[in-house]
Design a protein around this ligand. Structure first.
Ligand code: ASP
Ligand code: MG
Length: 440
């Protein structure tokens, strides 16, 4: 069995949804289909949740009504069969009744998670109505019955496997199984989610749980590209990447894949394919245990980075200084991305500034602290790039008139990271496209 995950834009228009059904028809093996919410829906639900949290029920109601209209139009365009349409209409009404009820009860974080779950519940149920209409035999496997996370919000792969196998056992005769991405139950049994973009994570967890032949991530771009197509003129899709390379790229800014979705596939050796619904025959990107070749494959950028420099006279020849620094970040559950040290100072970066004030306050006990906001990490990724001839010369030879704030090299053989002020990001990506790939 294979896993096929379709993102928001792949289900976001009635004709696209129909197109997915036609793709399923062409499969030679059974498929477990993971769907995101229709594009724009989760954002709208986040806004509605925020409106209710701020006790602005009037705006919440307006936003609920606008979303409701969107779904009414959607099913009218998707379905022609009277019975399928009636079924879809009832589903839409049921979910919007729920949102209206929510308006009347007091807000809580748990309730907010229920609001956010409506998108995937709606998209999968509506898709199933379309499968009814075209006479496809399928089963809908509710993610809330098998996808669970523990107290630390980590997925429980063991029990996911057991529950999912039981469900699949009940539907052995079906070639199409449909489930929701993103949503899950937490340790308290409440509805929860795998964070924004988490449908990719669902797909790879499910693929690992059922030992799928492949985990296909279908989007609206033909694979992972060597650079950001929004910023440079010419890019090309990368045919093959190792899990390590893909993890670096996903983490450092390639938006196409949720970074957490790499580990389940890597651990259970499930190949991942990034494919384009609009060009189903294009090769896309294959991610496996092997890197097809050495050398630089891609550059990616991650925005909204904070650089923190801690300078201390006492660091000179002292031991235990870094431990004290790291303990502060551990205390505030804030991951560090890049780090560089000199004899008297250490610079590091974080992307989560939620506890920045407290962190800085505690770091000030260790030395002088400087924070630079609005930085960007530009990361150069490839297999064993440390062994690539003259890589450093080529990399720095590509860069003109851009002040580099930090460089991190050697942490892994697959990555070199540069930190620059955000205003230099586009220029740096363009210069690297020219210098590293010979493209404009
Ligand atoms: N619908 C969720 C989101 O927009 C999950 C996903 O699409 O991956 O974040
Ligand atoms: Mg996504």
């Amino acid at each position: 069995m294979k896993v096929m995950k379709f993102g928001g834009t792949s289900v976001g228009k009635p004709e696209r949804m129909k197109h997915i059904a036609s793709l399923l028809n062409k499969q030679s093996e059974p498929a477990l289909v993971v769907l995101s919410a229709l594009s724009g829906t989760t954002n709208a639900l986040v806004t509605i949740g925020n409106n209710i949290a701020a006790n602005d029920r009037h705006t919440a109601l307006q936003n609920i009504n606008a979303l409701h209209e969107h779904y009414k139009t959607f099913i009218r365009e998707l379905l022609t069969d009277e019975k399928a349409y009636e079924k879809a209409k009832n589903i839409v009404e049921e979910h919007f009744d729920f949102l209206h009820i929510i308006l009347k009860i007091s807000f809580s974080e748990a309730l907010n998670k229920d609001i956010l779950a409506q998108g995937e519940l709606l998209s999968t149920k509506i898709f199933c109505c379309y499968l009814d209409e075209i006479g496809e035999s399928y089963a809908l496997l509710p993610a809330l019955e098998f996808m669970t996370i523990d107290e630390n919000e980590e997925p429980q792969l063991g029990s996911i496997r057991t529950r999912l196998s039981n469900l699949l056992e009940q539907h052995k005769d079906k070639r199409v199984l449909v489930t929701q991405g993103y949503i899950c139950r937490n340790a308290r049994g409440e509805v929860d989610n795998l964070k924004r973009g988490g449908s990719d994570y669902t797909a790879s967890l499910v693929a690992a749980a059922i030992n799928a032949s492949v985990c296909e991530i279908w989007t609206d771009i033909d694979g992972m590209h060597n650079n950001d197509p929004r910023i440079v003129n010419k890019t090309f899709p990368i045919e093959q990447l190792s899990f390590d390379e893909a993890a670096e790229l996903a983490y450092f800014g390639a938006k196409i894949l949720h970074p957490a979705s790499i580990w389940p596939a890597q651990q259970y050796k499930i190949p991942v394919k990034l494919l384009n619904t609009m060009q189903p025959d294009a090769k896309g990107t294959l991610i496996t245990g092997e890197a097809a070749s050495s050398g630089v494959k891609a550059v990616a950028a991650k925005d909204n980075i904070y650089a923190i420099k801690i300078r201390s006279g006492r660091m000179l020849l002292a031991y235990g200084f870094l431990r004290k620094v790291f303990e502060v970040f551990e205390k505030y559950k804030t991951p560090i991305d890049m780090i560089t040290t000199s004899e008297v100072a250490v610079s590091l970066t974080i992307d989560n500034a939620e506890h920045l004030k407290h962190i800085v306050k505690e770091l000030e006990a260790l030395g002088t602290v400087e924070v630079d906001e609005n930085q960007t990490i530009v990361c150069v990724v490839g297999h064993n790039i440390n062994e690539t001839e003259e890589i450093i010369k080529k990399l720095f030879g590509s860069i003109r008139n851009i002040p580099i704030r930090m460089v991190s090299y050697g942490g892994s053989p697959h990555n070199i990271s540069l930190l620059v002020a955000a205003e230099y990001k586009n220029q740096l990506l363009q210069q690297l496209n020219r210098g590293m790939f010979g493209l404009s």
